[in-house]
Design a protein around this ligand. Structure first.
Ligand SMILES: [Zn+2]
Length: 263
């Protein structure tokens, strides 16, 4: 079986000691492509160097809402310049990780909104998909996306919203990223929602090194765990691992404009 991990932070120091081994293990388990997120202007160089070291790696560039304090207005200009240089590079795949986080009260919501909209505009200008972080902020995110009407949509990463919110994103053409969160028996609502989501709107992710699955509780998460995550999610949905894995692969390829036969 073949997989794409649509959301990782593989450039994190957590992987410094054994990154090559993690990547080669993941590949040997069928994880053929791994996306790495930009989070602040200061990680873009590091992540791009890493991406260039291996054709299975793909980079996204963005300003993550959680690191609001690190972002400056001129970083939007730098993002614009970087995307202008790399937009045609086959390993530059999206604008992300960007979004809205209303879970952490210290993050100024107006400033988050301003940054989000500036980056959605760049995604639209460069015709790139977006990789979204949304916590307790689905209503304002859905309203913003409706206003923008992006031609190339994207992924709502680590989706944990309601069935109604899922429906809204799907109507807008977005995919929902699923990973380790739903492997936890305590995640009752997510597990119920997950079982009802249309297969055509799902993609797989780990969010490594974060969001460890229940079978690796409180450990470093890794793209190596994606096949087992997929197996457990498929079981929850009452379908075979093959069916879910293939659908998620196809959905990812469709979103990023990749041919699923030539990975
Ligand atoms: Zn992330």
């Amino acid at each position: 079986m073949r997989y794409i991990d649509t959301h990782t932070h593989l450039d994190c120091p957590d992987f410094d000691a054994d990154r090559d081994k993690v990547i080669s293990n993941a590949k040997s388990f069928g994880v053929e492509r791994i996306l790495i997120m930009g989070i602040t202007a200061s990680n873009w160089d590091r992540l791009w160097q890493l991406v260039l070291s291996d054709q299975a790696l793909f980079g996204a560039f963005g300003l993550h809402p959680i690191f609001l304090d690190a972002h400056r207005d001129e970083h939007i200009d730098r993002l614009q310049q970087r995307l202008a240089t790399l937009v045609d590079h086959p390993q530059c795949c999206a604008v992300g990780e960007i979004g809205l986080d209303y879970f952490l009260p210290e993050l100024n919501r107006e400033r988050q909104q301003t940054l989000l909209e500036a980056q959605l505009q760049l995604a639209s200008d460069f015709n790139l998909p977006v990789l979204l972080h949304v916590r307790r902020a689905h209503a304002p995110m859905i309203a913003t996306l409706k206003r923008f009407g992006l031609h190339r949509t994207g992924i709502v990463h680590a989706f944990s919203g309601s069935r109604e919110e899922a429906r809204e994103y799907i109507k807008l053409g977005f995919k929902l990223g699923l990973g380790g969160a739903a492997t936890w028996p305590q995640a009752k609502r997510l597990r119920r929602t997950l079982a009802e989501l249309p297969r055509s709107s799902l993609v797989l992710e780990t969010d490594s090194p974060d969001m460890a699955p229940s079978f690796q509780a409180y450990q470093r998460n890794s793209p190596e765990f994606l096949p087992e995550i997929c197996r457990q999610l498929a079981e929850l949905r009452g379908e075979t691992t093959e069916t879910l894995a293939q659908a998620c692969l196809n959905n990812s390829c469709e979103l990023f404009g990749w041919s699923s036969t030539e990975l």
